[in-house]
Design a protein around this ligand. Structure first.
Ligand code: NAP
Ligand code: MG
Length: 403
């Protein structure tokens, strides 16, 4: 049987440390024997980012705009220690930040469900996908430490010099003061991306804010979502048999905990920060979490939600055995292949992506797993695999599924 063909290259963003080792295993064992891989390769490893003054990161994001689908390995975001470790010319910005600034968009994260590894919330039968708005609010706030009595005001001066002025508070003693902002264009692109993602994955969409208290600020988020839904999405949602549901954030939290899952939960920036950690830890492990950046420009970037697993890498370098979980990185590849296959109308490539995921899940369900999952599973007889052996167990199953 010949290898599965591709027509358009994937943008391949290689990365750092243990995930870079896993990246190569996945290609050697799970991809290259079966797929005639077409990819445009960008090496986002720390050394090459430094050699190119980080131009490679910008180039990889621009290639994503050109081709439409990227798959990214975890990468180091340098701090002072890394600057010394890699003898870097400077402390480069987070590659994810650089890529997001070029692609714009919303990050959707969802847990990978595996039999034998049950979420801590008993009612959750299906994954909950969290969509976090990644612009503005408290992450771009301005704060003042008020030292003593005085008057606080909020002032906006428009382009012609007209002022809008609101009293915030008359301080009688020391306190704190904070100002936040957001812009309609970003909220609208967040809403649109969520509606499109709900349609493309055929899941209901929930959105929540605190509009009873924050009537203008959160009210604007609510109105933009509702306006877009009524004018552009209601008919398409009806046709797809899915719903859009708006409620208060505290009501949403209560409902989420009692739900079966299987929907997308769109959150404002801060709510998304907090709730994504809640959902992911309730589901067990960051190594069982997929992450995709969906850009309003119609392009997709798939990655794992975890980092480069530095501690395991140092063990690997020291010649010690590692048991690092490759599931999220495998699912980044399968997600990218599936999207490429759908866009290019290549059913064989879509089916390969499905089978790669099926082989990965059945390996765990057959009792072969990495160390991190052993602590979580309810299964009795399990075999702990090292990093490579786990991938080879998946290969056995994938070979059968593709035969
Ligand atoms: P990390 O790589 O996510 O690992 C933290 C710990 O979580 C590991 O030491 C390990 O615990 C466990 N873990 C994470 N992924 C695992 C996997 N696939 N299999 C098994 N265990 C796993 O976070 P970090 O150590 O804080 O960060 C390392 C580097 O990653 C940093 O330089 C950071 O900048 C970068 N980072 C990149 C991204 C990205 O590119 N998207 C995201 C986050 C962090 P045990 O050691 O207890 O086994
Ligand atoms: Mg957080």
């Amino acid at each position: 049987m010949g290898k599965i063909q591709m027509t358009t290259p994937l943008v391949e963003m290689d990365g750092d440390e243990m995930t870079r080792i896993i990246w190569q295993y996945i290609k050697d064992d799970l991809i290259l024997p079966f797929v005639d891989l077409k990819s445009e390769y960008y090496d986002l490893g720390m050394k090459h980012r430094d050699d190119t003054d980080d131009q490679v990161t910008i180039d990889s994001a621009n290639a994503t705009l050109k081709y439409g689908v990227a798959v990214k390995c975890a990468t180091i975001t340098p701090n002072q220690k890394r600057v010394e470790e890699y003898d870097l010319k400077k402390m480069y910005k987070s590659p994810n930040g650089t890529i997001r600034a070029i692609l714009d968009g919303t990050v959707f994260r969802s847990p990978i469900s595996v039999k034998g590894i049950e979420p801590n919330v008993k009612t959750w039968k299906k994954p909950i996908t969290l969509a976090r708005h990644a612009y503005g609010d408290v992450y771009k706030d301005t704060e003042i430490r008020v030292e003593g009595a005085g008057k606080a005001e909020l002032v906006f001066t428009d382009a012609s010099g007209n002022e809008v002025r609101e009293k915030v508070f008359d301080f009688e003693g020391p306190g704190v003061l904070q100002a936040l902002y957001n812009v309609d264009a970003s909220i609208e692109s967040f809403a649109r991306t969520c509606f499109e993602y709900a349609l493309s994955t055929k899941q209901d969409l929930w959105f929540a804010s605190k509009d009873t208290i924050s009537k203008k600020y959160d009210g604007q988020f609510r109105d933009i979502f509702q306006g877009l839904y009524d004018s552009e999405y209601k008919t398409r949602f009806d046709e797809a048999g899915i719903t859009y549901f708006y409620t208060l954030i505290d009501d949403a939290v209560a409902r989420v905990m009692k739900s079966e899952g299987g929907f997308i939960w769109a959150c404002k920036n801060y709510d998304g920060d907090v709730m994504s950690d809640m959902v992911s830890s309730a589901c067990g492990s960051l190594a069982l979490m997929t992450s995709v950046l969906v850009s309003p420009k119609g392009v997709y970037e798939y990655e794992a939600a975890h980092g480069t697993v530095q501690r395991h890498y140092y063990k690997h370098l020291a010649g010690e055995e590692t048991s690092t979980n490759s599931v999220a990185t495998i699912f980044a590849w399968s997600g990218a292949f599936r999207k490429r296959g759908e866009v290019d109308k290549l059913p064989e490539l879509v089916s390969y992506a499905d089978k790669l995921e099926q082989a990965t899940l059945s390996t765990i369900e057959d009792g072969f797993m990495t160390k991190d999952l052993v602590a979580l599973t309810t299964m009795k007889d399990v075999t702990v695999c090292n990093t490579r052996d786990f991938i080879l167990k998946i290969k056995e199953r994938l070979t059968k599924l593709l035969a």
